[in-house]
Design a protein. Structure first.
Lengths: 413, 297
């Protein structure tokens, strides 16, 4: 006998946030820095990154230790972990604590979906640079997500997903799908990344990175006619998702609703976005339809716009097509101008930016947008934040392999 | 020991299994697979498409092409399909070579292909691009639980987007991880070691979403997901047989014929079962009629 049951679909809301970012580690601090237009991009120690000509990034100095009572590792043990492990464990633990979910872990199916695009590359690299040989003689071992689920006593499904620079957004999409299907009672979702000599060198050699080493804070200039690539960043964010009714029962703080998801693939090229952004447009329109909102109802679009010449122009075209006649009255900005590109963690960080826009009733700016590119015509928000009513936001993320994602995040009812 | 779940409901999902293929290759055979023509009747790959790909991507794409060649539809199209790929420790050889170059020659010597072509997302992206699939593509797992996470991710995407007609699932891994020398070159890649050395194994499975759409297309089996009725105490991470062994187990289940059944336990307690289509038909019909909760007799 087969039983197929589905609970009635209800709003999936965000009740906890944990973050480790170049712009701060709490929602309030990140929101403050985003609305104030502060850049987290600066010079970094070149000796750690083996490239004399690339000495800037959006780095995280100190990763906060997990709150007491959330995971089976103490502060001393946390310090002994690798930087990637710290970067994953910290936001997961802080999200659980922020949501007030810790006391309920023994009786709830809490899932965990992490967007980690290059977990093993980073772990092998960290080991290699400290004298290890794991990359040459590997042992079969568990991936980080299962160890984190164990450390946090999370008893639902656990999964790593990767869609390159859209990874953490796909993690959010899957977590929402699990809740909608009734497979979990709550889900911790998100993702992060760490700066890495290999990744920095590879992206530099791919000519994807900005070469404006003379003034790091000016290097990330999405949509500007003089943009020349992105600036690497590190960090990310995690969220607790749960049904609205469950959040109300627990009297939990609700930051916003993950109201819509759109996903598609260019199927055009492994690295470059398709010059005809029909599939990126489809992801945006799917997300709006999923959220039951029209283009006119969007108050803010957080663009993927990393500052690459081809990518920004293609995305601007996709946004114009998706928004139609509303395109010149929906404000668009790229917070990568401040945070750099958090790669696997970018989509989750930019979801925080959308929640910040809702909380502060202001659209964060695109820094360094001195001369908007004619190919990127949109309602830009250059240099300084724009105060306005923000109820419904959309956030785009695109990645290698032609992955397209759009999330609609709105004020919860 | 299990605890009870006060607000949990029995849930499941299902999808059809249209075709599958298992491809295995030794290190010595993989260079030939990069250049090998595609099977007759299967879409051609772009020229030199597999040149910079990770070994698991090469074998994985060959498995997809082989599965297309035996697909029950005469001219199947996958334009709106999604792709889920779950390789185990993908990109290790390229990473080792990049790290060796980083140390000896600096960042300038690091390959620009390592991130796009040798990461967890790369196999899924390569299948999507090669075969023109516009549904979502994503990598999953990267470790021992590739079969569990790949299957669960596939069912998750199908649940997330009812308009998705199907998913190509590719799971891959090495029977034993190749040993590498200090430059990152495999030590056992010579032909004389080919028979006893590591084997790269990839299984491609075409999963279909909609029962009505597949009813007349020769699809005889379904995968069903059964979530646990009780809470697990912890993630029993050590229970995995290893990705390559679990892939083979799945492939044997698929190859056992239309009347055979197979099941797989995920580390979080869910069970995924392969069964003849008629067994789950009534349950799926119940779901499609939007009856909120019904037990099929």
């Amino acid at each position: 006998m087969i039983v197929v049951t589905h609970p009635a679909r209800e709003a999936v809301v965000i009740t906890g946030i944990g973050a480790v970012t170049p712009l701060g580690h709490s929602f309030e601090v990140i929101a403050e820095n985003l609305i104030a237009g502060r850049s987290g991009i600066r010079s970094i120690d070149p000796s750690a990154f083996a490239r004399e000509s690339h000495q800037f990034a959006a780095a995280v100095d100190l990763i906060p230790t997990p709150p007491n009572g959330i995971c089976t590792i103490d502060a001393e043990g946390f310090v002994g972990l690798t930087r990637l492990e710290q970067m994953v464990i910290s936001p997961v633990a802080h999200a659980i604590a922020d949501a007030g979910l810790a006391p309920h872990r023994d009786r709830l199916r809490i899932g965990l979906v992490l967007g980690l695009g290059a977990e093993q590359l980073k772990m092998w690299e960290l080991d290699f640079l400290s004298g290890g040989r794991q990359v040459f003689e590997p042992l079969h071992g568990d991936t980080l997500v299962h160890r984190v689920a164990d450390l946090m006593n999370l008893r639902g499904p656990a999964m790593t997903v990767a869609a390159a620079c859209a990874s953490s957004g796909y993690a959010m999409a899957l977590g929402r799908a699990w809740l909608n299907a009734g497979w979990v009672d709550a889900c911790v979702v998100g993702g992060c990344d760490v700066l890495s000599p290999t990744a920095l060198a590879a992206f530099y050699n791919l000519r994807a990175l900005s070469r404006r080493s003379d003034d790091p804070a000016k290097a990330s200039r999405p949509f500007d006619r003089d943009r020349d690539g992105f600036v690497m960043g590190e960090g990310g964010a995690c969220f607790v998702l749960e049904p609205l009714s469950a959040a109300h029962r627990r009297d939990a703080r609700v930051y916003g609703e993950l109201a819509g998801v759109g996903m598609s693939s260019d199927a055009s090229h492994m690295v470059s976005p398709c010059s005809d952004p029909v599939q990126a447009t489809r992801a945006i329109t799917q997300a709006l339809a999923d959220a039951h909102v029209t283009a006119d109802e969007i108050d803010y679009v957080n663009a993927h716009a990393a500052g690459t010449p081809v990518g920004d122009a293609a995305e601007a075209g996709a946004i114009r097509r998706a928004l139609g006649a509303a395109f010149d009255r929906v404000p668009v900005s790229s917070t990568k101008s401040m945070s750099g590109h958090l790669v696997s963690g970018a989509a989750a960080f930019e979801a925080v930016a959308c929640l910040a826009a809702i909380a502060r009733q202001a659209v964060p700016p695109t820094l360094n947008l001195d001369h908007p590119d004619d190919q990127c015509q949109l309602d830009h928000v250059p240099h300084v934040a724009r105060a306005r009513s923000v109820t419904v936001t959309a956030s785009n993320s695109f990645g290698f392999g032609g992955a397209n994602l759009c999330l609609v995040i709105r004020e919860a009812a | 020991m299990h605890g009870s779940i006060p607000n949990a409901e029995a849930t499941s999902a299902a999808c059809g299994v249209a075709s599958h293929a298992l491809v295995e290759a030794t290190l010595a055979e993989i260079p030939g697979l990069r250049e090998q023509p595609v099977p007759e009747g299967v879409p051609a790959l772009p020229p030199r498409y597999l040149r910079h790909c990770d070994e698991q991507t090469v074998v994985g794409i060959r498995a997809v092409l082989a599965a297309i060649a035996v697909h029950p539809e005469p001219r199947p199209t996958f334009t709106d399909y999604g792709v889920v790929a779950a390789p185990c420790q993908a990109g290790r050889i390229a990473t080792a070579q990049s790290l060796a170059m980083l140390r000896t020659a600096g960042g300038v010597a690091v390959s620009p292909h390592i991130v796009p072509q040798c990461s967890l997302h790369s196999l899924a992206g390569a299948v999507s691009v090669a075969l023109g699939m516009h549904g979502p593509n994503l990598g999953s797992s990267g470790g021992e639980h590739a079969v569990s996470e790949g299957l669960f991710a596939s069912l998750s995407l199908l649940a997330a987007d009812p308009s998705l007609p199907g998913i190509w699932l590719v799971v891959s891994g090495w029977t034993q991880e190749p040993l590498l020398d200090a430059s990152g070159k495999p030590i056992d890649s010579t032909p004389q070691h080919a028979l006893s050395g590591p084997i790269c194994r990839a299984l491609a499975v075409a999963l279909t979403a909609n029962e009505d759409a597949v009813a007349d297309k020769g699809i005889s089996r379904h995968l069903t997901l059964h979530m646990p009725a009780t809470l697990r105490i912890a993630h029993p991470a050590a229970e995995s047989l290893g990705a390559a062994a679990e892939i083979l187990d799945f492939a044997v289940g698929l190859a056992a014929g239309p009347a055979a059944s197979w099941s797989h336990n995920c580390p979080w307690g869910a069970e995924i079962r392969l069964a003849p289509r008629s067994t789950v038909h009534d349950g799926l019909r119940a779901e499609q009629r939007a009856i909120p909760r019904r037990e099929a007799a």
